[in-house]
Design a protein around this ligand. Structure first.
Ligand code: SAH
Length: 345
């Protein structure tokens, strides 16, 4: 299907002209889709009926459909389960911070990376999302809540670098001044470390934040947690990150999920320090969210804070991620999985 919501402004202009229509219709359509966040063609009041019909006959407009919506009693975090046009299920999370609203989006329905602690990968990959389906998670949430979304993190289900071209198009549309115009600096993309794509992203010289899911200070341990570590070594990731920093001057975030008795010991912190010393980076420590299929447990509060302290003492900035929406299974693909299993939440 030709999807007009994934088209750039100029592509839309060309497309509209190819239908024998005037160029200014493209501007109107683009406005409805990317600024006024119209949920369907019916809302587009200044577009003639026959043009809407022409587009419907020839193409379409991908939108996500909300099928479940939960709000956390603890911190107001909201979780959305969306159905796509082919029945695939994805999830997104809205988190409210003092500095603004942040939406965590999915880049794929399912995932094929196989990280041992992650719920999103258990059912494998269904398919990659269209650029419009990534955008529409944000559009729907902003439209529904009436609150501006200022930050976007691509950290939901899926590996964004396994859907690279659509990711780049999505970033282009999201930051475009004719659309929501979200600042590149307010966008974070998280990857398990697909090295060639880190170099490709570096070449684009975007000002987004790159987050690398490291989770282990050496290859041996990383292989136990993440199959992708069999393909790329930590050294290869570090070299790619250096290239990324050289090209963009952006600080890299390293994510490190702490698993009790596996990667949370002081010796692991020391190895991590060796690895990261002198780099323009920041470490985000994530207390692992236990999932029922595996018996990984969360580290104790003491070992989490000791780990953080050891890094900070060596001038490596480290923060512990606040857990949000725990009561609504907001973490890491858990609600999506439950929804698919039970067909309802
Ligand atoms: N595929 C991308 C983005 C999605 S996951 C990536 O690997 O980075 C977003 C982050 O959550 C990653 O750092 C991932 O490793 C982490 N994560 C996944 N499941 C988790 C769990 N159960 N507990 C803690 N962190 C988890």
């Amino acid at each position: 299907m030709t999807d007009i919501k994934s088209m750039t402004f100029f592509e839309l202009e060309n497309y509209i002209e190819s239908l024998g229509e005037k160029k200014f219709r493209a501007k109107q359509l683009y406005d409805w889709m990317h600024k006024k966040l119209a949920r369907n063609f019916d809302e587009m009041s200044n577009i003639p009926k026959n043009l809407k019909q022409k587009i419907k006959d020839d193409a379409g407009m991908c939108s996500v459909k909300e099928v479940a919506h939960l709000t956390s009693d603890i911190d107001g975090t909201e979780k959305f389960i969306f159905e796509l046009y082919d029945g695939s299920i994805i999830e997104s999370v809205l988190m409210r911070y003092k500095h603004g609203n942040s939406v965590c989006i999915s880049s794929q329905a399912g995932c094929r990376m196989g990280c041992r602690f992650c719920a999103s990968t258990i059912g494998g990959l269904t398919r990659c999302l269209e650029p419009s389906e990534m955008l529409d998670q944000i559009y729907h949430i902003q439209h529904e809540t009436g609150e501006r979304v200022s930050n976007v993190v691509v950290m939901g289900t899926g590996e964004p670098f396994d859907n690279f071209d659509h990711l780049i198009r999505f970033l282009d549309l999201l930051t475009n001044e004719k659309g929501l115009h979200i600042s590149q600096r307010n966008i974070t993309v998280s990857t398990c470390g697909i090295v060639p794509k880190i170099y490709e992203l570096a070449e684009k010289k975007l000002q987004i934040t790159l987050a690398i899911s490291l989770h282990a200070p050496n290859d041996e341990m990383r292989k136990e947690l993440m199959p992708i570590a069999n393909k790329y070594s930590i050294q290869e990731i570090m070299d790619a990150c250096d290239a990324y920093v050289a090209a963009t001057n952006r600080r890299i975030t390293f994510e490190y999920s702490l698993v009790k008795g596996v990667n949370d010991q002081p010796e692991h912190a020391r190895m991590l320090i060796q690895l990261l010393r002198g780099k323009l980076c920041h470490v985000n420590l994530i207390p692992v969210n236990p999932i029922e299929e595996r018996d990984y447990q969360q580290s104790t509060k003491e070992s989490i804070y000791e780990f953080q302290h050891l890094l900070e003492k060596q001038h490596i900035r480290a923060t512990v991620r606040r857990e949000m929406g725990r009561d609504i299974q907001a973490a890491c693909g858990q609600l999506r999985k439950r929804y698919i299993e039970k067909k309802g939440v």
